[in-house]
Design a protein around this ligand. Structure first.
Ligand code: NAP
Length: 262
């Protein structure tokens, strides 16, 4: 008899999943899919009200991932309400100004790394003891293709490259205690964070032409792979980084010769 675990609509049943940066964009899509697949979802975001509130089948509350006290407080709520945490999705992130490194504000550098990188470690430190207790858990960290290919906002790519390294560290340190950690690296996804780009004339068309899939990504494109990595169907995937970009990163040389691009 095979031990293979199939991935289906019930793959997250019985699991408690905590998602940060979850009130909109990619984080909200992740919450909705995890919930649809049977998980009890805890939706954390700096934009939410401080008191835990149940809505749309999820428990929502404010958490600033950059603030250790805020993170510890929500971990206590998760422990008190559910007594377990099976899945942590570190999705909260902020962008950085497109400023040259020589002029980049060190205060902004610190802020970007505090939210995007340190926040992921704080959340993991607060919740992983419940995973250790169960000798099982899945951490999914949302990085970016900018971890592999520089953009105009150096602090952002540095924070996301740090996220990839941190994920690998979690994978090898915590793997023996049953906890897996993987990174998902989105390409260009249309969300409130990125909407400013698409309001510029011609930007949607020019970006679309550079992506082999010939469309900008949707939050649901990220939610699907996050749900898979969160599930037991991915139980032997640990320390990986999955790029979800419609083939964009692979296309740079080919795009040099493409007539579709002006
Ligand atoms: P989004 O629409 O801005 O959503 C992110 C959410 O995180 C926002 O509600 C945001 O609140 C919240 N947040 C910010 N700082 C926080 C903090 N300290 N604690 C808790 N929550 C906080 O962004 P998105 O496009 O969905 O991006 C989600 C993740 O994907 C981010 O890590 C981003 O870097 C990554 N990503 C996005 C793209 C893309 O093209 N969209 C590409 C690659 C990677 P505020 O609005 O108050 O900041």
């Amino acid at each position: 008899m095979s031990d293979t675990t199939v991935f289906d609509n019930a793959s997250l049943r019985g699991k408690v999943a905590v998602v940060t940066g979850a009130s909109r964009g990619i984080g909200l899509a992740i919450c909705e899919q995890l919930c649809d697949m049977g998980a009890q979802v805890v939706q954390l975001d700096i934009l939410l009200a401080p008191e835990p509130a149940e809505a749309n089948g999820m428990l929502a509350m404010r958490c600033d991932v950059a603030d250790p006290a805020s993170v510890l407080a929500v971990a206590e709520v998760v422990r008190a309400r559910f007594g377990r945490c099976d899945v942590l999705v570190n999705n909260a992130g902020i962008t950085a100004s497109p400023v040259a490194l020589e002029d980049f504000s060190i205060d902004e550098w610190d802020r970007v790394l505090r939210v995007n990188l340190r926040g992921a470690l704080l959340c993991a430190q607060a919740l992983v003891p419940m995973m250790f207790a169960a000798q099982a858990g899945s951490i999914v960290n949302v990085a970016s293709i900018s971890a592999r290919s520089p953009t105009r906002a150096g602090a952002y790519g540095a924070s996301k490259a740090g996220m990839r390294a941190l994920t690998q560290q979690m994978a090898i340190e915590w793997g023996p205690r049953g906890v897996r950690a993987n990174t998902v690296s989105p390409g260009m996804i249309r969300t409130p964070l990125s909407e400013v780009h698409y309001q510029k004339e011609g930007m949607l068309e020019s970006r679309t032409a550079r992506i082999p899939a010939r469309r900008i990504g949707r939050p649901e494109d990220i939610a699907g792979i996050v749900s898979f990595l969160a599930s037991d169907a991915a139980s032997y995937i640990n320390g990986e980084d999955i790029v979800v970009d419609g083939g964009f990163l692979k296309a740079s040389l080919h795009n040099l010769y493409s007539n579709n691009i002006s």
